[in-house]
Design a binder for this molecule. Structure first.
Ligand code: PLP
Length: 405
């Protein structure tokens, strides 16, 4: 059977070059990087080189890069670490909770972290709305800023619909506000760059961010490795206590092979970006054009300000999960924003924030392309999808009834 993997926003395969770079660190250079002997020094060198590669990609200094297990951990460390530190600062003495601004369309890693801080009573949070394209307005960010605002956290690219947020513009806004604030009242700016890292400019100075989260498995490194960029002078309390690894910010023996793998993946991304970006964009546009020919289909996300690898839709009268199963039968991997748990359908929080009615949101479908996606694969999807959509549409009322029972 033909197999077409179009779920690269969920995860990518580990590339051959990355795997080759990692291999020696499993069985030959296997030392503990904290030890002073030869084995330790080899491991430490692997980590240092990876740190330099990530730093170079972001236009940062190596001592501003901290390796974690994933983007979720990076986000938790960033937000909880900053708020814990600020809770002990002047704002607390003023009896005002630190204020966080984020959006309604963030990944759960951000939303749940913010909710946790609210629940603890450590922070108040504003969840900004978005427009019908999933775009946040810079004006809304400006209006939401208060005297006790300490953190603005806005994702670079939305993982469900691919919309690119105006991070550099928001960075400029925050910089201008910080310029007239006392240094101990400054606002820190975080972006979750998990879906932007492969294709967009992630230079932290051009973006104006103080904190940036990423994960390896969306760019051909393995699952279980991530990084957090922390601009020098950004106060964080570590969230994992123990030894002094990662410059004291994240305790625990380093996962050397995976760190090396992330370094290699970033290095490859740095020189490949401009080549593969246009190739992927072209295939994505062909896919969008073809899918929109199916009656009752709408593109979700911004028509132009969208990441090269994400093509997302809602198809009226179908249930996304059912589409995925039928596509999988035909060897095609895609994804749907609708979560189907315990027999009840919960529409995607991203699509509902964009004003898409719950019934329509159930019919969401996301294809995410990768560097190995071919024209032939796109043609195959365009051949199969209209038939699958028709088949699911015919069954939809019964399926929805069964799932809601
Ligand atoms: N943020 C975004 C935008 C994502 O797409 C993902 C993964 O899907 C994450 C965060 C979390 O990444 P991880 O599961 O590697 O922590």
């Amino acid at each position: 059977m033909k197999k077409v993997y179009l779920d690269n926003a969920a995860t990518t395969k580990v590339s051959g070059e990355v795997l080759a770079a990692m291999k020696p660190y499993f069985s030959r250079k296997y030392g503990n990087a904290s030890e002073p002997h030869l084995w330790g020094a080899e491991a430490k060198q692997g980590i240092n080189e990876a740190r330099e590669k990530v730093a170079s990609f972001l236009g940062a200094k190596p001592n501003e890069i901290f390796f974690t297990s994933c983007a979720t951990e990076s986000i938790n460390l960033s937000h909880k670490g900053l708020i814990e530190r600020i809770m002990n600062d002047e704002l607390r003495i003023m009896n005002k909770k630190p204020h966080i601004i984020t959006t309604q369309i963030e990944h759960k890693a951000v939303i749940e972290t913010c909710k946790h801080l609210e629940k603890l009573g450590w922070a108040e949070v504003t969840y900004l709305p978005v427009d019908k394209y999933g775009l946040v307005s810079v004006e809304d960010v400006k209006r939401a800023i208060k005297l006790n605002t300490v953190l603005v956290s806005i994702m670079y690219v939305n993982n469900e619909v691919g919309t690119i947020q105006p991070i550099a513009e928001i960075g400029k806004l925050i910089k201008s506000i910080n310029a007239i604030r006392q240094s101990n009242k400054r606002i820190f700016f975080h972006t979750d760059a998990t879906q932007g890292i492969q294709y967009l400019d992630c230079n932290v100075d051009r973006l104006g961010v103080d904190l940036l989260s990423m994960t390896g498995h969306k760019l051909y490194a393995p699952k279980g490795i991530g990084a957090l960029y922390v601009r020098l002078g950004t106060p964080l309390v570590r969230q994992q206590d123990g030894g002094g690894q990662e410059l004291g910010l994240r305790a625990g023996t380093e996962n050397v092979p995976y760190i090396v793998g992330l370094g290699k993946a970033i290095e490859i991304a740095e020189y490949q970006i401009s080549n593969i970006k246009y190739q992927i964009e072209r295939l994505r546009d062909k896919l969008i054009e073809g899918v929109l020919k199916i009656p009752g289909t709408k593109l979700t996300g911004h028509p132009e300000k969208r990441a090269p690898h994400i093509a997302s839709f809602v198809i009226e009268g179908v249930e996304g999960e059912a589409m995925l199963l039928y596509l999988s039968e035909k060897g095609i991997a895609a994804s749907s924003g609708s979560a189907c748990t315990s027999g009840t359908l919960e529409p995607s929080h991203v699509l509902t924030a964009m004003g898409i009615p719950a019934e329509t949101a159930h019919g969401s479908l996301r294809f995410s392309l990768g560097k190995d996606t071919t024209e032939e694969e796109i043609n195959y999807v365009l051949e199969v999808l209209p038939k699958v959509a028709e088949r699911v549409r015919k069954m939809a009322p019964k399926l929805l009834r069964d799932l809601n029972r």
